[in-house]
Design a protein around this ligand. Sequence first.
Ligand code: PRP
Ligand code: MN
Ligand code: MG
Length: 204
Amino acid sequence: AEQIQHEVREVLLSEDEIRGRLAEMARDIERDYHERTPLLVGVLKGAVFVMTDLARSLRIPVEMDWMAVSSYGSGTKSTGVVRILKDLDTDLTDRHVLIVEDIIDSGLTLTWLKQNLESRGAASVEICTLLRKPSRLKSNVFVRYIGFDVPNEFVVGYGLDYDERYRNLNDVVVLQPEVFGGEATDEPVEPARRVLRPGIPEEA
Ligand code: PRP
Ligand code: MN
Ligand code: MG
């Protein structure tokens, strides 16, 4: 724990701030899915904690399923071509699907995933993400529920990893650049901002 604290440049979102925002998003989702049972689709592995906390905040019946996907050519995601590593167990015919993600970076994974799930006969496919990096978006896929916009920094914790580490941090934090071979900096980190009226790209 000491070592991890040493590697943290700044806590971007505390556990409480995350839970609070997820509860607000849950109220929006309850209203929108009134008398429909959404199928929450969590995207492994990053979305595990968002899924578990969001699902437990929801006061409507939901079902949960999981997918694991990987982009081709591990290093770059620029093609937006995605490979399914673990598919859903659930038949999507006439289902209201809500994809649950931890972060949208380029948006290419979700663009592909949304189209893929729509093509299976779902009645609707919407997206819920805790975080979005607006500066990195390369896609105009519509995202209905967004927790926070975050600056273009290396964020980890609450499911987000750097080389598979840090997922188990309770907060979302910005790492010291030294951790991933960068130069130390005194620059302050821009704050995260709640996104109350979703729409991509950027908005005030
Ligand atoms: C991360 C993150 C999103 C995706 C966003 O997952 O959890 O799923 O990248 O990137 P994009 O918007 O540029 O497509 P990653 O592929 O690192 O897998 P993980 O969830 O197992 O960490
Ligand atoms: Mn992921
Ligand atoms: Mg990752």
